[in-house]
Design a binder for this molecule. Sequence first.
Ligand SMILES: [Zn+2]
Length: 312
Amino acid sequence: MQLVRQKEETRRKSRRQVRMVLAVLLASAVGSGCAGGPADTPEQGRQPAPAAGQQQEYRPGADQDLAGYAERLRRAQALRAAAAKKWGLARPPLAAPPPPAVKPKITTRKGFSAGPGLPPVFTTVPVKERVVFLTMDDGAEKDPELLRMMTELGIPYSAFLSDYLVRENYGYFERMQGRGVALHNHTLNHRYMPGLSYKQQRREICGMQDVIEQRYGKRPRLFRPPYGNYNADTLRAARSCGIEAVPLWAAEAFPDRMEWREWDRDLHPGDIILTHFRGKEDWKGTMPDMIRRVMKTVTAKGYAVARLEDYL
Ligand SMILES: [Zn+2]
């Protein structure tokens, strides 16, 4: 009798512990500023969270599943916290919600010139969730630390490449692509596009499409003109090269500061952040310094970095 009571007591204790762990994890997930909802858990390839109400009552034998789930959540949080510590981030990056089932319809930003049938030009993706997008341009700096850092922290980003810099080391960007980063078009030679004829612009854009397709096996759908400067010929040329969208940016990240396009000098849901593959020769810091700076801002403002290609 004594033994049975002890066993029952132990079982109750372990259920209580699981409940406590779950409560803490759920509270921290909700309080972390990532968009709510039952499917919102911090892990990619995740299991859905138990529905409300299921957290109170337990089916016989359910302890095992629940304990396993709590353990996976706990481990994911612990991994993220450890990676953040290793890379010098004060707070772990917030987890992005699952990709949207339907991609939002993109239109050209008000005041930006485009035309019917031309790829839209925009600085923000129309979303409601607190997500932003990180994009890196050119390709001058090829820092292996960046690849490791982004993988370990689980931060998605997109690369807009210019061949005159990338050709020094195609392999670096192949490794990047192997880690799940999409490679997009930023022209062959990074020229000021409005200063070129239609034919010259087309060569700059289609030429880079060919390079990326030949080197990396995939023809880009996204194009960003150097300096963000373009004219009607740029968009016509881009379209003829197979480009579907022209994402510009709402904010720019440096190792020591953020620069803002909007008057409120703030982030907004869906904002595209620009930064560059640069090193100490070009700016006051390394690529990891720059990532620390931008993530400090993004996380403090309650945003998660999501994958641009999931939305475009
Ligand atoms: Zn550029």
